[in-house]
Design a protein around this ligand. Sequence first.
Ligand SMILES: [Ca+2]
Length: 301
Amino acid sequence: MHPYLRLSSLVLGAILLCPALARADETQKQPLANGWVVEIKTQGEELDCFVCDSSRVTLLKNGKQMARQDFGEGKVELVRFADGKYSKDLTATGVDSIILSHFSGGAHCCFDFSIYTLGKTAQKIADVDAADFGDIFPQDVIDLDNNGTFEIQVLDDVFTYWKVSFAESPAPLVVWEYQNGRYRPSAKLMKKAWTDKKALWQQAAELNAALKVLQTKGFDIQQWRTFDLISSDDKHTLPPALWEVMADLLYAGNTELAVAFLDKAWYQGLKGKSLFLKEFKKQLLSSQYSGVVKKLNPGFF
Ligand SMILES: [Ca+2]
């Protein structure tokens, strides 16, 4: 199971097992280098169950308030990096940064995160709505191109619940890079050559066989189009691996391979390929990352 989905299951479990709600206000203080302190104040009921009325973070330097952010409902955590520290020079500017990760509460949604540099003052350099898959794990903060700046890897939730259940939903990888004073999605760092073509064509062949079976069962693309998680019939449900692989290819800038993959994976006798592609593109364009995906795949849309 993907770690993000595993986490979601744990969160859901925590909510379901939650004992009687008790009022529990809490203030956590984390001292950092150079006189900085991060104060996280949470108010609400049963903090461990993520049911919090409000979360407020105050950034103090030598006891003086330098910045404050109200995150609203849910819980905020100061991200601990892989080296065990809570602040780190992420931007290669000689100034430490922190990442504040906010979980709104609920079965799995939603996450957002903010990044601040802590220099003479506190400056926000990222404010990211990361929806279903935005919990920041230490391994997600990494210097991918070894140039001294740290990138943040998150998953795009644009395909969550799209024609499948949550657990089956594909989630392509996105890289945020520090550029000109802000964190931005980076086409340059997402672009990656696809090395394992043998496995790719093997998967296309397996999908082709699965789609052939669907054709014999009477698959109807219009029924797929109006998919409903509760009432839809399996025979009108396409395997999510079809668009999972396509999305992974496109998010790494492999346009021609994505098109070729669909050609090989789609069983020729099954009607609806062009409509599938149209709907897939439409969904992809609804992503907050559509700009970077278009940049990576000129001519695909
Ligand atoms: Ca870097």
